[in-house]
Design a protein around this ligand. Sequence first.
Ligand code: MCA
Ligand code: AMP
Length: 466
Amino acid sequence: MMDLLGGTGGPVRIAGRELPRDELLGRASAVAAEIRGADAVAVHATASLETVAAVVGGLLAGVPVVPLPPDSGPAERAHILGDSGASLLLAAGGTERSEGEPPLVPVDALPHHGGGGGGEVPADATALILYTSGTTGAPKGVLISRSAIAAGLDALAEAWAWTSDDVLVHGLPLFHVHGLVLGVLGPLRAGSRLVHTGRPRPELYAAAARDDGGSLFFGVPTVWSRTAADPSTAGALRGARLLVSGSAPLPVPVFERLSALTGHRPVERYGMTETLITVSARADGDRRPGYVGTPLPGVETRLTAEDGSPVPPDGETPGELHVRAPLLFKGYLNRPEATAESFTPDGWFRTGDIATIGPDGWHRIVGRASTDLIKSGGYRIGAGEIENALLAHPAVREAAVLGTPHDDLGEQVTAYVVADGVGEKELIDFVAERLSVHKRPRVVHMVGSLPRNAMGKVVKSRLGEL
Ligand code: MCA
Ligand code: AMP
């Protein structure tokens, strides 16, 4: 495992509980001993030391880890557990497990283990299976190899001058690339101390800056926009080294206000679950509001027009962003067609994001190719998954979902529904109970019918007229 994570480094603190590095590795070794040989294990991914010990245990044992969002409702949970084939569920002892789910391994109640890895694990072995939304259907499992994680973290360490002297602070969820790969495996590889605040709340970041010497701060734009709205909290971040924003576009006014209040021009970076982080501003370079930076070491990018022809890097003409890099995913689990469709015949990954690239290599993300992928609070949400959840309600006859602008979340999930005898709140709660709570529509419009074209397909661009 030492190919992936450093053996030494600062302690890890999550939501107020801290473990020295060697003790954390001891707990992870105990997990590894318990799960070795399994095809895949699921982790009930609360923001906790148990989650970190479970994930690191999976890496030690060479067993693919499937983080389960802890608030995912029964439909989403059953899909992830069934699709991934996870044979064990790792969680703190006492965690509820439903009928039919894999047996629970109580991460905090295992006999202590002397440490020591198992055998060598190949670099291209799958380390993580992360479930993420597509435009239609249920979430897909993204297979991320050990070598991709190592390459991705080393590229970031270089770009951000991230070393063992840093104290990383964030409070992001531990079931996505941002919070888990960058936010937990990052400090474990770099050797830096981690202070995870439990929730990504500005006042908790400010406290970690004051009390723990936080130097490197990670947030999604919603977190930075809430920070920028609170001058005294923002002021506490003046002593930091680097404020990093990603997972969704950082609005230019938030960039400007954060700079004025903290004295730091934030570093913006761009990535995807499938590609890890590919483009970023640098610690030793310029930071431009509205731009996500230049490709990380080892990453190639290009823009392509709808007809497949190349788009010039003139800083103005938009095209679909394609990437090629050693840090790309291995494919979608059980979905060879979806994997094949996501690559061009000449081997580039189609991000689905529309971008411009300047002659100086600076990238700007200007939109998405599909309106069916929504980014709300930094979470990626597929319209189709929410439409299916709404259609599962017996009173709903038709449903269409899209993202609409939202000051705090960037976009919010907005639903248009044709239904009999059911109210907005009941439908919001219905989705929140079946899927992760963050996927619930924030607004539901009850309408008489949906606008459709001659083929009978819903014309989402006309929903706003209703
Ligand atoms: C609300 N709640 C409900 C309901 N409504 N519970 C049950 N039923 C309902 N109908 C509860 C929630 O459970 C939660 O409780 C509380 O109300 C607030 O929920 P929510 O509105 O979701 O929270 P928020 O504060 O508005 O969330 C904003 C946030 C969050 C904190 C910014 O969106 C967030 O954590 N985003 C991070 C996403 C992220 O990490 N993305 C990275 C993807 P309670 O308070 O008890 O929980 S990786 C990626 O994108 C790439 C690689 C990249 O580039 O990074
Ligand atoms: P996910 O797979 O959840 O990581 O979501 C990936 C998507 O997030 C990308 O395809 C982009 O649409 C969006 N994204 C991530 N970082 C940024 C950024 N800095 N600016 C704009 N969009 C971003």
